[in-house]
Design a protein around this ligand. Sequence first.
Ligand code: AMP
Length: 366
Amino acid sequence: METLENKMRIGILGGGQLAMMMIQMSAKHNINFIVVDPNDNPPASKYAECIKSDYNNKDSLDYLIDNCDVVTIDFENVPSEALKYLENKISVYPGSYAVEICQDRLKEKDIFNKNNIPTTEYHIVNSEEDLSLAIDNLGTDSILKSRKLGYDGKNQILINKHSSKEAWSLSGKVEAILEKKVDFKTEVSIIGVCTKSSKTFFYPLVENFHKDGILNLSIAPYENSELQKLAESYHNKITKELNYTGVLVIEFFLDKLGNLIANEMAPRVHNSGHWTNEGANISQFEAHVMAIADINIKNISIHGNSAMLNIISAMPEDINENSNSYKLYDYGKSERLNRKLGHITVNNNNKKDLIENINRISKSFF
Ligand code: AMP
């Protein structure tokens, strides 16, 4: 009989929908999960023991050390001190070094450039004077982004709508970068999972469409073997440098000349990979858990064409929980402007049917 003693035990810092799906999608591996989250009843708390506490609460971290084999994260803004504290005693994937880089847009840009991965032009901005000089250099078709705590278009100011004085004031006067706007053809992301034995498995490129800076729709595969190879080579450079285990995602702009321009990366499973739950033999969530738990991954393959539509701000009233044409994920969160409340995935044998399906669903619900 299996006892808790010989079960793999994984701690997750963050109990959001990503943690929830890591737990749901890896049910067959019979792993015991413990989640730490400062909020009341986060999505993952329905599926695992959940400790309500700040991430750097020493008692909670000690509890994870005593009761887990490995710790991972469901969002990158956990204090790196917490990860460092855990790392001294227990395996943590991704490690604090990788997470610290991904918490800071400037450090991300530096690591991309060090590895000859193209980025858009940017300048460091620490004052209104810096901003004014940076605008002189890059022009007003540029975006002021805080170095930290910026995601889903948060903490970003379009310069062409504001003077440098206004923009600096609106930014909260925090450390930032000014980025030249990319006139892109589309946006794509590469999702790869690195095992402990240094193998990396990739999903095909995903095409991503954003609305107001927030991911709205992802479609996979984005078929282009040259770009796939290039994106994989960039991913390999980064994960090698970070000595990475688990899922890492890099988001790119595809410019009109066909160049991949790195925007940012996530040291975790990613919204643009939610379609893998229905569209791949192993979802990104299960793959991440398998990699960090050192469970052998033989291969990753996809079936058909898939799409993911985010449900943001409000849950559509007449959405069907048991539809034959799409799968609904409801994160069980209360409605709030620009909050991700759930998503829908669609899978079809051919792309034409997929697009028709997406259009029909979008018309009905959004
Ligand atoms: P981010 O939080 O950096 O991922 O930005 C969210 C979205 O805003 C991106 O996916 C793009 O759609 C848009 N965006 C951000 N930075 C730029 C840029 N430098 N040029 C053009 N669009 C951008």
